[in-house]
Design a protein around this ligand. Sequence first.
Ligand SMILES: Cc1cc2nc3c(=O)[nH]c(=O)nc-3n(C[C@H](O)[C@H](O)[C@H](O)COP(=O)(O)OP(=O)(O)OC[C@H]3O[C@@H](n4cnc5c(N)ncnc54)[C@H](O)[C@@H]3O)c2cc1C
Length: 313
Amino acid sequence: MNGVKERELINEIRERNIEKSSGLRKNVLMSEFTTFRVGGPARLFFEPEDENILIEVLKLFKEYDVPFQIIGNGSNILVRDEGFDGAILRIGKSPNEVEVSGNNLNAPAGVLLSYVSKLALDNGLSGLEFASGIPGSVGGAVFMNAGAYGAEVSDIFKSSKILYLSNFKIEKTDKSKMDFSYRHSILENEDSMPTGIVLSAEFELKFDDKEKISERMKDYNSRRIAKQPLNLPSAGSFFKRPEGNFAAKLIEDSGLKGLCLGNAAVSEKHAGFIVNRGGASASDIIMLMNIVRETVYDRFGVMLEPEVRIIGE
Ligand SMILES: Cc1cc2nc3c(=O)[nH]c(=O)nc-3n(C[C@H](O)[C@H](O)[C@H](O)COP(=O)(O)OP(=O)(O)OC[C@H]3O[C@@H](n4cnc5c(N)ncnc54)[C@H](O)[C@@H]3O)c2cc1C
């Protein structure tokens, strides 16, 4: 990122008096904003407090030619050790409350899935049980059609307010336009950058007995505790499920369970997870990822695709 442009952008932000509302900070360590707990500094970091400021900031990025990346709760990203030489835009602030009306639940993008699923339970609404243990935001979950235990976002998704990056227009987008499939939505791009920013999502749930909803949540969460290395930082399952197979099984059958590189390791508990054993670098994790991909390919002819998005040069 060009230093002159950076200074001009910051001056413009100060002149417009939006420094505070845009959440502007400089040289922010991304290890603090990712569940992997790794990642170097983002040169600029923004967390706009509402949609208008978000649009204003995006327009300024365009005007000053600032490369940027969007993040939610950072539970499915890996930021390189060199950091990101541009602006990270975190969709975290949620000025609006989650609204529950009948069997519909409308949540701002920055709200955590654990929070909305608990709220659904409190209102006797079923459908979000699968999401209660996923440590992501509503926006991140819609973007990648998050799912678990045979359910996924698309099952309950009704519509989203999306800010499209091609024209900075906000449109209410319903399910038929989302092109949902396994860990995919229309917002996914070739690179890690979404084509639009989810601002909120409306879920259509079903009335059910609170006890039954609570039992299902407890069941899913105890299965997670039993099978996943939740005591160590990670980004969840590192690889997408290859068609007709399971990444964890292929990795385990390739003899890679427990393999370490520096402080990164293929989890002993769940071979689909790469974990940070403490002080791992992003390059350890990326090298380990490559070893896993190559070994599984040599052994089974399957090239695993990362589900985790890698940010940085
Ligand atoms: C322990 C653990 C368990 C996990 N279990 C599961 C699981 O069971 N199922 C599952 O699907 N995932 C799982 N994950 C992965 C992750 O939690 C989900 O993918 C989650 O939906 C990511 O949301 P996020 O807000 O953290 O997104 P981030 O990691 O911040 O971002 C991920 C992608 O989403 C985009 N994005 C984020 N917010 C928005 C937005 N508002 N609008 C548009 N794009 C956006 C980003 O640009 C990025 O490309 C797990 C992760 C961990 C650490």
